[in-house]
Design a protein around this ligand. Structure first.
Ligand code: NDP
Length: 246
């Protein structure tokens, strides 16, 4: 297996940590961004205690200049980014008639515009080197919509539009671009939902439980291998059977 440089945005979060761990176990040089120094140090210490060596670079995915600096810093330390997982994301849930401009913008900026900010500075190197793997972490709710999540569903659906266009533009350059759309996974984001709402969600999942971050990470690693060079522009739904549509 070829060792690659892999950037996972939001690698310190619930799903991100599992992706980082799985990519590192493949032998890749894994890097993630941080915003809060103290939080980053605590996370990094825990990973080091597990025997996992992760490089951390400061970067805010909503700031284009911050992203350019982040990619340059990675380039200096580890070489060009060969695997990119656009995973950083937030929710700001409320019904649309109560939604503020700020709630709309924060979610669209962090989930969707970040894909531009982070991918734009890495794509030229991937094209020159004729190899790349890009994975967007979208959501089941970008496929089926969700009450109280017009901002999030719009941004997550947009991520897949980004995927299928980028996949077409870069297919001839050995670059695959895919989306992974998780259903409800037991991370802080979902555990913050009131318990009675969570129980209702679980009742809609044929498998009968929330997903685990590891189940998402496993799929992401799969899409970053050499052997998946013919899988591009796909949207891999991992949701315990909750939504089986497009
Ligand atoms: P978490 O809230 O656990 O982690 C989110 C991560 O994103 C954190 O590392 C956070 O860093 C980072 N982040 C947020 N904003 C920024 C920013 N502006 N710049 C840089 N990093 C940022 O979320 P999950 O692990 O649950 O979710 C990961 C992805 O999976 C998201 O895109 C989410 O939408 C998607 N998803 C999650 C599902 C779930 O059930 N959990 C279901 C479907 C999709 P910081 O600590 O600095 O805030």
């Amino acid at each position: 297996m070829t060792q690659r440089t892999a950037l996972v945005t939001g690698g310190t979060g619930g799903i991100g940590t599992a992706i980082v761990r799985y990519l590192a176990k493949q032998g890749h040089k894994v890097v993630t961004n941080y915003r809060d120094e103290a939080k980053a140090q605590a996370w990094h210490k825990a990973m080091t205690q597990e025997g996992i060596d992760i490089t951390m670079v400061q970067g805010d995915v909503v700031e284009p200049v911050s992203c350019e600096n982040m990619i340059q810093a990675i380039h200096k330390k580890l070489g060009p980014v060969e695997i990119l997982v656009n995973n950083a994301g937030i929710t700001r849930d409320t019904t649309f008639h109560k939604m503020t401009y700020q709630q709309w913008m924060d979610v669209v900026n962090t989930n969707l515009n970040a894909c531009f900010n982070v991918t734009r500075p890495v794509i030229e190197d991937m094209r020159t080197r004729k190899w790349g793997r890009i994975v967007q972490i979208s959501s089941i709710n970008g496929l089926k919509g969700q009450y109280g999540q017009a901002n999030y569903a719009a941004a997550k659906a947009g991520m897949h539009g980004f995927t299928i266009s980028l996949a077409q533009e870069n297919a001839r350059f050995g670059i695959t671009v895919n989306t992974v759309s998780p259903g409800y996974v037991a991370t802080d984001m979902v555990m913050a939902v009131p318990e009675e709402v969570r129980e209702k969600i679980i009742a809609q999942i044929p498998v009968g439980r929330l997903g685990t971050p590891e189940e998402i990470a496993h799929a992401v690693v799969f899409l970053t291998t050499d052997e998946t060079s013919w899988i591009t522009g796909t949207n891999l739904k991992i949701n315990g059977g909750q939504y089986m549509g497009w």
